[in-house]
Design a protein around this ligand. Structure first.
Ligand code: CDP
Ligand code: CDP
Length: 230
């Protein structure tokens, strides 16, 4: 039996790490178990990218992108099984938000400091409302640096690429493994090297290497770390 926790209002659990390290699949289950909302901040950067593509805003056009980021309304639906819908200006974009083409373009949005500031504002508002399990790249470093509950996931890049390859295959997309690995490595680099909100281990974060860990085993480690404080 997993340990039982009281419903923890306003609690912020920050999970950061590179693509495919297991953040979202773990965070969803953890959030359900703790009775907290799950906030997928990657989906927010994706939503701005998607909307820019739909409106044909050039990724060079910083001022229009920043205006879009400040005006866009992003909402998460209630978690059903392990899926959570994403709505942009009231429209369900859950599927469109995760295409490989879009994934390649997120970098142009995520590198712009003013867009990041708009996203951070929205994320803080969402988190402060009811607490959250929030995952991304800069949650423990920028969005909620004062939360004591910070985790940093990592895993071998080849394994992360294999996990992503499998996901794409299950979604009916056959992308060569070498391409998936190359794109993961490129995204790692841009996530780690950008000026604002760069991916790094936050001060006080517990580092979890998920290479040999199942999702359940990862949750057990997090719950064990939280046991004394909830
Ligand atoms: O699911 P996956 O790990 O592929 O990516 P994601 O979490 O959906 O995030 C998509 C992209 O948004 C990442 O490559 C990051 O560059 C960016 N991102 C970010 O800059 N800051 C965050 N807090 C979350 C995501
Ligand atoms: O959110 P992030 O990009 O960090 O990773 P994810 O979307 O949670 O996980 C990527 C894939 O790896 C998913 O298909 C998960 O089911 C799988 N996974 C796994 O097999 N073992 C883990 N410990 C974590 C994730």
């Amino acid at each position: 039996m997993p340990p039982k926790f009281r419903k923890s209002s306003k609690l912020i659990i920050a999970i950061d790490g590179p693509a495919g390290s297991g953040k979202s699949s773990t965070a969803k289950v953890l959030a359900a178990r703790l009775g907290l909302p799950y906030i997928d901040t990657g989906a927010m950067y994706r939503a701005v990218t998607l909307e820019a593509m739909r409106r044909k805003i050039s990724f060079e056009n910083t001022s229009d992108l920043v205006r879009l980021a400040s005006e866009i309304e992003i909402r998460f639906g209630v978690m059903k099984k392990d899926t959570q819908k994403v709505y942009v200006n009231g429209k369900d974009v859950t599927k469109a938000n995760r295409t490989p083409e879009l994934t390649k373009n997120v970098v142009y949005v995520a590198r712009e400091p003013k867009i990041r500031s708009e996203m951070v504002k929205k994320q803080r508002l969402m988190g402060r409302k009811e607490g959250a399990v929030m995952d991304g790249r800069d949650i423990g470093t920028v969005v909620f640096p004062k939360t004591p509950y910070k985790f940093y996931f990592d895993a071998d890049p080849k394994l992360r690429a294999r996990r992503r390859y499998k996901e794409l295959l299950e979604a009916g997309k056959r992308v060569p493994m070498s391409q998936v690995l190359r794109e993961i490595e490129e995204r790692d680099r841009s996530d780690r090297e950008r000026k604002q909100g760069a991916l790094r281990v936050a001060k006080g974060a517990m580092v979890l290497d998920t290479t040999g860990l199942t999702i359940e085993a990862t949750i057990d480690r997090i719950l064990a770390a939280l046991k004394g404080v909830l």
